[in-house]
Design a protein around this ligand. Structure first.
Ligand SMILES: Cc1ncc(COP(=O)(O)O)c(C=O)c1O
Length: 393
């Protein structure tokens, strides 16, 4: 074992028994480099986070500029900081009218926590409905609405009044009633291998929420900032949520999240009691500056427009008899093999051959492909050839 691996395993908290232990030296564009100088083509992008690729000069320059001005100056919401208000304004400019006020958080899970609290506050109801097989984060509120009992059981009791519907099952929508504060839903179910909505399911959820006065919270923590080819996933499915949660890709590699809603709803967090949601580092100026640069770049370039073509390239070059199905949308794809052993082989051997792939949280028969949105066509084909080469061997 290398000295670094030894220290990593001994002193740094471990959450998975078999981490890949890639020892990182640097990362640039679609590549990560290890300490031995080996290059790895990155089909994962830090799990949908590095939307503009690694060390994108636009992000780096912006971060450096902000570092020279100021870093943390005060807890959230007290001082006027230009990276924060400019980002909030640019988000509002590119969102429907009812999604015009942004609360910045440190992570996706914290955005979900804030949104759940706000829904309870706004409706005076306590029931939160989510979907079976959903993932919304690992903090206790987010865990309470996670749709996988194996991950929850040892942490109970969790929040009361959290119930579940089945994604893509219209019959289960009757569970949404006038007692429901909010439905929290991902436009594409991530943890279970990128299950896309069918039969206008999301529209039907929207209708049921409107009918019952329930707030619709969209968890766009993985789909935001262009991953599906539209800035936000709800545009792809032509519905508008009441509260939008974002994170991951919005930072262009820096840690930031947000929940976004109307001014009227968000204002409930200001009074009785005041300070309805508090964070020290949420909306850190460096991360907001990075997110602002990332959003500006996505809006000014063709990166989002090219997502669909890149999706098709993956679909074309990943045709193989051992691949049962490619699910998902945009650059959020799940390659289904229906053979757990084969998945392990593909992920492990890909790494040896210089390609980074990764697993899903719940499903064991698919691998995830979520590269930087800036990945080139040649890089896509190169990576697909590595996967097919392993399947042939
Ligand atoms: C759909 C979804 N929601 C919430 C989260 C939690 O985000 P974070 O890890 O930033 O807390 C994730 C993270 O994977 C996610 O994919």
């Amino acid at each position: 074992m290398s000295a670094a691996k030894d220290i990593f395993k001994k002193y740094q908290a471990q959450t998975f028994p078999f981490p890949s232990c890639l020892e990182i030296a640097s990362a640039k564009g679609s590549y990560i480099y290890d300490v031995n100088g080996k290059a790895y083509l990155d089909f994962i992008a830090g799990v949908s986070a590095c939307s503009l690729g690694h060390s994108n000069p636009i992000i780096i320059e912006t971060v450096k500029e902000q570092l020279d001005k100021y870093t943390h100056v005060m807890v959230y919401g007290e001082y006027i900081q230009s990276p924060q208000y400019k980002l909030a304004k640019l988000l509002a400019d590119n969102l429907p009218e009812n999604l015009c006020t942004t609360y910045f958080t440190n992570s996706g899970a914290e955005a979900i926590e804030g949104a759940m609290k706000l829904a309870k506050r706004a409706t005076g109801r306590s029931e939160i409905i989510s979907c079976k097989n959903s993932y919304h984060g690992s903090t206790q509120g987010a865990l309470s609405i996670m749709g996988n009992e194996e991950h929850k059981a040892r942490y109970r009791p969790l929040l009361p009044n959290c119930n579940q519907i089945i994604f893509n099952n219209e019959n289960s929508l009757d569970s949404i009633t006038k007692k429901t504060a909010a439905v929290v839903i991902e436009p594409i179910q991530g943890g279970t291998g990128f299950i896309t909505p069918s039969n206008n399911f999301l529209q039907k959820v929207r209708e049921k929420c409107t009918e019952t006065g329930t707030l619709l919270i969209f968890d766009e923590i993985q789909t935001c900032y262009g991953r599906l080819g539209t800035l936000f996933g709800f545009e792809t499915y032509e519905i508008i949520p009441d509260i939008l949660c974002v994170a991951k890709g919005m930072g262009g590699g820096m840690p930031i999240g947000a929940f976004i809603t109307s001014w009227k709803l968000m204002n409930l967090l200001t009074y009785a009691p005041k300070l309805g949601h508090i964070t020290t580092f949420g909306g850190h100026p460096i991360n907001c500056a990075a997110s602002l640069a990332c959003l500006g770049h996505l809006l000014a370039t063709n990166i989002m427009k090219e997502v669909e073509e890149k999706e098709q390239l993956f679909r074309t070059h990943l045709k193989h008899s051992k691949i049962k199905e490619i699910r998902g949308k945009g650059l959020m794809l799940a390659v289904e093999f229906q053979d757990e052993e084969l998945i392990k082989k593909v992920v492990q051997q890909s790494l040896e051959k210089g390609l980074i792939l990764f697993y899903f949280l719940f499903t064991k028969t698919a691998i995830r492909i979520t590269p930087p949105l800036t990945i080139s066509n040649i890089e896509i084909i190169e990576g697909c050839e590595i996967i097919k080469g392993i399947l042939e061997a």
